[in-house]
Design a protein around this ligand. Structure first.
Ligand code: TSJ
Length: 675
């Protein structure tokens, strides 16, 4: 279908129609500028980055339709963004329905994306992100579109969503494709600092780089060239090229590059049925966490849904049947549960569905029933064949499941004994916990403090109404490298579990029985009603040891209590590094930068005290600077991209030092705080 040819009899010169539609357009885009949040969720950093995803989605649609294989995304030196593809070019002819060119239709009519162009392909833009290019246009001070098509360059400029002139032919070209540059409107996009002042925001290279690399993994064969031309003095522009012929199999290899794989390469499968495209890639490793990430139309579905249900059901059944058929287990042993089979497994399930239905509180759970069967059939068939063809690896996988099952059963027995001995769940709080008197978890906070001496200061400095202190001694267990059942043997981990009230919901297992409550890595099975505090504050020294302990604690929370992180209950305390005194004036400095500023302000180096550790601070000082809710700063721990955080924790907690060092150098911001 082409859009330049009007259906016979269509009268586009109809003045009344045209006027009506342009008023609609203005009202539509005006509404976007008035209530941007309704269209892009937030006007903070997330919303700003959303503008890029929205435009790139259009090029990815073109790639999925089979007409484009390269997308270039450039952050320009003035923080505008250019997206360019080598597709067919947005249609330039008049679209009957709007009376405007295809280009102007896309950029001025809400939800116009994919309205022309006919059948075929999966419109990501019609799926989840789905607000369309017109919203980006409305929220940009300026947008320039160039279409390279049939030997000509077509160009049009918009200002705050309104066409600044017509779509003109401005030159000739051999190229084919679409190029869009937009300047986000900074009167709309902003953030707030800790004092509540409005601050300017800009694109973050790491965010753009990570998401576009993920996009490339999710669309095999696609080439993505990502550039950042916002250079500081003496810095080179950043430029990366991604291109994975293996698609999500390459994604699994990337996630597992820090783990020891039980087989190579990852198992990869794909099916197209009834307009649904299904891809799965999976690989078992010697680690314990299950890393399962699912996508619908290139968008992450953290709450999973029918696609993942189909995968899990097929996997559990196939492994159990294979183990029995080949006499690797006894009939009397009972079945492996899904978790047994998935221990150490890294999986990507990616489906492309023409009309996805989303359920759940956050609308992130795929609901389409028809998807489940397609995934289940594909996984059953492919995995059966793979196991038959790879008996040695199959045996290793069954063995791994057996160890997981044994560990789970042992842990359940141990837990049961502990429970009987203590009569009531959670009745025996650890002796070293200095609890608070308030019993309402929403008002209570617990400080996890490194060392007994800092613990002592914190106990004296706290407000005992709502602040509890749990001192931790020595090194925390590296849970990344330990079988889940063994984490309960570690005193410090045990203390945290009971003090915080990390209690697992009773669940029905696959066979309809009750599953004993043990924590499992990456499981979402915590009973949040049993939590004893809604703020868990990690307070460690500002030195290498302190940062190591903090990473170990974060690893524990990320792996075994991720719901706390997702809820925003985990924080990092910010103790000061220096105290500067001159006369009566006392200032605490939380970084070197602030110290320099204060020294400059005070005129000379008054007395400067450097705090080497929390233990050196007086209880009152600790309260004033780090614990008093009125004056302290806390950093909230957040996880934006779980798969990337997964990879990061592996690297940080893994055995190989070289990639870790390389990684920390490359992503210093992650290594420090913003996981
Ligand atoms: F949406 C957008 F304007 F923001 C945008 C669209 C931005 C960028 C960078 C690229 C695109 C885009 C659109 N790339 N490729 C296309 N393709 C079409 O719009 C197109 C072309 C031809 C036909 C046809 O049926 O002949 C159909 C479509 C949808």
């Amino acid at each position: 279908m082409t859009n330049s040819n009007l259906p016979p009899g269509q009268n586009i010169g109809d003045g009344a129609d045209y006027t009506a539609s342009s008023i609609d357009v203005l009202e539509g885009l005006e509404a976007v500028r008035k209530r941007p949040g309704m269209y892009i969720g937030t006007t903070g950093p997330k919303g700003l980055h959303h503008l890029i995803w929205e435009i790139v989605d259009n090029s990815v649609d073109e790639a999925l339709a089979g007409f484009c294989n390269t997308i270039e995304v450039t952050i320009n030196s003035d923080s505008s963004v250019t997206v360019k593809d080598n597709g067919r070019g947005i249609p330039t002819g008049i679209v009957a329905k709007s009376g405007k060119s295809g280009v102007e239709t896309v950029f001025t009519i809400l939800h116009a994306g994919g309205k022309f162009g006919g059948e075929g392909g999966y419109k990501v833009s019609g799926g989840l992100h789905g607000v369309g290019a017109s919203v980006v246009n409305a929220l940009s001070t300026m947008l320039v579109v160039e279409v390279y098509k049939e030997g000509k360059i077509h160009r049009q400029v918009y200002k705050t969503g309104i066409a600044d002139g017509t779509l003109d032919v401005v030159g000739s070209t051999e190229l084919r494709g679409t190029k869009v540059t937009f300047w986000p409107d900074h009167t709309i996009f902003h953030d707030y600092n800790e004092e509540g002042d409005r601050i300017k925001i800009d694109f973050e290279w790491e965010v753009v780089d990570e998401r576009l690399r993920q996009m490339t993994f999710l669309n095999k064969g696609l080439k993505m060239i990502v550039t950042d031309n916002r250079t500081k003095e003496g810095e080179d522009p950043k430029k990366v090229e991604y291109h994975y012929e293996g698609g999500i199999a390459s994604y699994v290899e990337y996630l597992n590059d820090t783990r020891v794989a039980l087989h190579k390469p990852p198992i990869y499968m794909e099916a197209n049925r009834d307009g649904i495209n299904v891809e799965c890639a999976l690989q078992w490793t010697d680690l314990y966490a299950e890393s399962l990430y699912s996508f619908v139309n290139n968008i992450n579905t953290p709450e999973h849904g029918t696609h993942v249900n189909g995968f899990k059901m097929a996997l559990t059944r196939v492994i159990n049947e294979y183990a029995k058929k080949n006499n690797l287990v006894k009939e009397s042993d009972g079945n492996f549960t899904g978790e047994d089979v998935r221990e150490g497994l890294t999986v990507i399930v990616s489906v492309k569905v023409p009309e996805p239905q989303f359920e759940g509180q956050t609308k992130q759970k795929l609901g389409n029933r028809e998807v489940q069967g397609v995934v289940q059939a594909l996984v059953t068939e492919t995995l059966n064949d793979w196991l038959e063809l790879n008996p040695k690896q199959a045996k290793d996988i069954v063995l791994k499941s057996q160890i997981a099952k044994k560990g789970r059963e042992d842990a359940q027995k141990a837990r049961l004994l502990v429970r009987r001995a203590s009569n009531l769940e959670g009745s025996s709080l650890p002796g070293k916990l200095a609890d608070c008197s308030d019993r309402d978890p929403t008002r209570c906070e617990v400080y996890l403090v490194e060392g007994d001496s800092a613990g002592g200061s914190a106990k004296q400095g706290r407000n005992r109404n709502f602040q509890a202190i749990l001192p931790l001694r020595g090194k925390i267990l590296n849970v990344e490298r330990v079988q889940p059942s063994r984490i309960y043997e570690n005193t410090e981990v045990q203390a945290m579990i009971t003090a915080l009230g990390l209690i697992v919901k009773e669940e029905e297992d696959e066979g309809g029985g009750k599953k004993g409550g043990i924590l499992r890595p990456n499981a979402e099975n915590l009973d949040l009603d049993k939590l004893r505090y809604h703020k868990v504050i990690i307070m460690t020294d500002a030195d290498v040891d302190g940062s190591h302990i903090r990473t170990l604690l974060l690893t524990f929370f990320f792996r075994y209590a991720r719901q706390l992180v997702e809820k925003g209950y985990v924080y990092i305390a910010q103790p000061p590094l220096f105290k500067v005194e001159k006369g009566k004036r006392i200032e605490y400095c939380y970084n070197e930068h602030k110290l320099e500023a204060i020294i400059a302000e005070m005129g000379d180096k008054a007395i400067i005290q450097r705090f080497k550790g929390l233990g050196e601070m007086m209880p009152q000082q600790l309260w004033d600077t780090t614990m008093n809710p009125e004056t302290r700063t806390l950093k909230k721990v957040t996880v934006d991209d779980a798969s990337e955080a997964d990879h990061i924790f592996d690297l940080l907690m893994g055995e190989s030092v070289a990639p870790r060092r390389e990684f920390i150098e490359k992503h210093a911001h992650y290594a420090s705080l913003d996981v």
